[in-house]
Design a protein. Sequence first.
Length: 244
Amino acid sequence: MDLEPQEQFEQEPTKVEEKAEEQTASTDDSASSSDPEPAPAPEAKIPANLPPVEVTVEGPAWFVIHCYSGYENKVRHNLEQRIETMGMKDRIFDVVIPTQEEIEVKDGKRRTVERHIFPGYVLVNLILSEESWYVVRNTPGVTGFVGMGNNPTPLRPEEVASIVKRMEAEAPTVKVSFKPGERVRIIDGPFNDFRGVVSEIDMERTKVRVMVSFFGRETPVELDFLQVEKSLNRGRDRRYREQC
């Protein structure tokens, strides 16, 4: 499905990113307090002679731009400012950072965080032209479009639908910090504080099978992802195995 320009992805900024630092304008000592603040420097104009851009889709489409990981929010802010000051609101319609909620277990405690689905990437809905390409490509923090040179590759409708589905998922995903063969500690349920080895992970059911030593026998126990955490205390693990 093609998204219309007015369709928006609603999202909150991530917690992990630093907020843009506020800039303060210096004033002359002789200026009175009633003087107006100096106006910001005018945005650079779009050059008359731009390199040609191959337009492979008519009308608005979603494109992917690359930036340094951790600077996604700053890039979005910079681009939105350029869209406003350079009069491109009729060509560039939306700037989106795909995120989703994720549950992670750390030190036996659960917490919900907002994670970037594609760290280092930002989505832009625009009508591709030499002018819109120039405005986006020359935004501070942007390292380029996904595509070949001056020929950005638009996202396919099914790719957009998949991203929207992940962003709108009602249940947060669970971060898995362990893999088969690793030792884990059970932190909830009847086997609380037991330790064992992961034998199988079922991502669809969010279940993990752990081999637990119980009365001298290895017993498989099926648990929810949130019932276990990666075991880091090897000394305690050794003492536990000796007791079993």
